[in-house]
Design a protein around this ligand. Structure first.
Ligand code: NAP
Length: 257
């Protein structure tokens, strides 16, 4: 099989770093390159800045340079809300985004820049990690810092589908920092799992499992031109059968948002 060079944006993020590490371990299949803003953060996480390109997705030129020679792109950038001021004990914290880190700038324009640059570079396949909840404009996440984060993410996903580049759009439930590879994964569409989870299970999934789904999406034809929601059964669920067959999992998914 021909080696493919894959750019992973958000590579110093919590899921992006796991994807980059997994791709590094598949040495005969992938040549991974992380796109990150901070060399210090990359050095801290990976003990090296080799195999990184440093740039900002809000700057189209830096994305263009990062994509030189790549065949695939994994989009794992996201605006991140921060707690506003000092939280008052007993009261709900308020959130805000930095002026150049709003969802409109990072999740819409930043992702649009990545998709435009990918199209210009002839990229074959983009794997984009978004979020469940996008079918509900009144979802509470949209109110965080008045950022409308799910609305901007969804706009970028529509833009990707219309770009003509092969896509895989992954909408995880709440992300957990827990071990991967030990749970049954469940796929769905249009927030059905969120609104009606089977057995009332929590609608969450470890970041490590999302990262594995990203990697398998790069490998398996069954994930091409698909968009899906994904959660996991709890690790101790007696009905769970740990997911190993990703082709069968992706075969349950469908094209379009
Ligand atoms: P994360 O740790 O918040 O990582 C976000 C990444 O985006 C960081 O690496 C950040 O860079 C990078 N970034 C932000 N603005 C950038 C810019 N202008 N240029 C370049 N890079 C930029 O992500 P996560 O928690 O793993 O989440 C992964 C995805 O899943 C996100 O899209 C998130 O919204 C979504 N999701 C999250 C949840 C949840 O429960 N949190 C649930 C469902 C879906 P730095 O490393 O420099 O900060």
């Amino acid at each position: 099989m021909k080696m493919r060079k894959i750019l992973v944006s958000g590579a110093t993020g919590r899921t992006g770093a796991i994807v980059l590490q997994k791709l590094r371990e598949l040495k005969t299949e992938f040549i991974p390159l992380g796109l990150a803003r901070s060399a210090e953060k990359a050095q801290e996480q990976f003990a090296t800045t080799a195999e990184f390109f440093f740039g900002d997705v809000t700057q189209p030129d830096s994305v263009k340079l990062a994509l030189l020679g790549c065949q695939g792109l994994v989009i794992l950038t996201s605006a991140t809300p921060k707690i506003k001021g000092q939280p008052i004990p007993g009261e709900r914290p308020e959130f805000e985004f930095s002026a150049n880190g709003t969802p409109e700038i990072v999740d819409w324009l930043g992702q649009k820049n990545q998709i435009d640059a990918a199209k210009a570079a002839g990229i074959e396949h983009i794997v984009l990690v978004g979020s469940m909840g996008g079918t509900n404009e009144n979802h509470p996440l949209n109110r965080l810092g008045n950022g409308n984060i799910l609305i901007w993410k969804r706009k970028a996903e529509e833009y990707l589908i219309n770009s003509g580049i092969d896509y895989t759009i992954i909408h995880p439930g709440g992300l957990l920092d827990a071990p991967g590879g030990v749970r049954e994964l469940l796929v769905g569409k249009n927030d059905q799992l969120l609104n009606n989870p089977p057995g009332g299970i929590p609608t969450s999934i470890p970041r490590a499992d999302v990262a594995e789904v990203v990697v398998q999406s790069l490998r398996l034809a069954e994930a091409r031109n698909k968009s899906f929601d994904i959660i996991s059964k709890p690790e101790d669920d007696p009905t769970a059968v740990v997911t190993h067959d990703f082709a069968a999992l992706f075969a349950q998914t469908t094209p379009g948002l």
